[in-house]
Design a protein around this ligand. Structure first.
Ligand code: HPA
Length: 281
């Protein structure tokens, strides 16, 4: 679908996809985790998994980005019923933001109340280093689009959703406490989304710093906007994979992003598990 062309039929498509899923699963997850580039391995830790490939799901797009598996994993992790999205959709793949956030609407309809979003990002803040984990405190939508553009369907949520506490404070505190419990240092900061797919220029990164961003990436923001409209709680965790363009002399590459996520993966998995342990359902 072309960028920004409105799909007036989202609600019935969500119902169709949810009906397909509900026939295949035997848990009712209240927690969903969207795994970003290189972080998909957490999906392998799920106990009693029911796996549904995106290609089998009615109305689901498919992601072609290296490091994404394209499947939903339902099951149990640290005694919590969860669903994991191994692979997300990106605006730069050519989908509209309404399309890339369709899975969030499906998760909401399935009964998910807490959405944990993860991603890889470049650090603008010079106190951060590659390998750090950053709890997202807020975001700047610099993608020049919005998943809610178009006629609003009130069954999906408000026309003008509030974003004051989009990254739910309570869950940020739980995440920080969990990190402390297991001795993993975490940063906290503002995530800014550029559409990509090119990495930013040094001038764009200088601008982003002036605007108040700590890290930059190409995802997550549309999903969080839809989660806010859907009145879901959100926890965002960003894996700092590199210093953003021009912050140091190094050139940027997807290879470096994936290599850093490989190194951080075990800390990332430990933190998510500790957070799950801390949650009272
Ligand atoms: N910029 C945008 N997206 C990213 C980066 C970056 O530096 N690192 C990982 N994802």
């Amino acid at each position: 679908m072309l960028n920004n062309i409105v799909d007036n039929n989202i609600f019935s498509k969500v119902e169709e996809t949810v009906a397909y899923i509900q026939k295949r699963i035997n848990n009712e997850p209240k927690i969903a985790i969207i795994l970003g580039s290189g972080l998909g391995e957490l999906g392998e830790e799920v106990k009693n998994p029911t796996i549904i490939e995106y290609k089998d799901l009615p109305n689901f797009p498919i992601s072609e980005v290296e490091g994404h598996k394209n499947r939903l994993v339902f099951g149990n992790l640290e005694n919590k019923d969860i669903v994991i999205m191994q692979g997300r959709f990106h605006y730069y793949e050519g989908y509209s933001q309404s399309e890339i956030t369709f899975p969030v609407r499906v998760l909401k309809k399935l009964g998910v109340e807490l959405l944990i979003v993860t991603n890889a990002s470049g650090a603008i803040n010079t106190n951060f280093s590659p390998g750090n984990l950053m709890i997202i405190s807020d975001h700047i939508n610099f993608s020049f689009s919005n998943p809610l553009i178009g006629k609003n369907d009130n069954r999906l949520g408000a026309r003008f959703p509030d974003m004051t506490d989009a990254y739910t404070k309570k869950y940020r505190e739980i995440a920080k406490q969990s990190a402390y419990n297991i001795g993993i240092p975490v940063k906290e900061g503002v995530y800014m989304m550029f559409s990509g797919p090119n990495y930013e220029t040094p001038a764009e990164i200088r601008m982003a710093r002036i605007l108040g961003a700590d890290a930059v990436g190409m995802s997550t923001v549309p999903e969080v906007i839809v989660a806010s409209q859907s009145e879901m709680n959100v926890l965002g965790i960003s894996c700092i994979t590199n210093m953003a363009a021009g912050v140091c002399d190094k050139k940027l590459s997807h290879k470096e992003v994936i290599e850093t996520t490989k190194k951080v993966k075990s800390n990332f998995i430990k933190l998510i598990k500790e957070i799950l342990i801390s949650l009272i359902e």
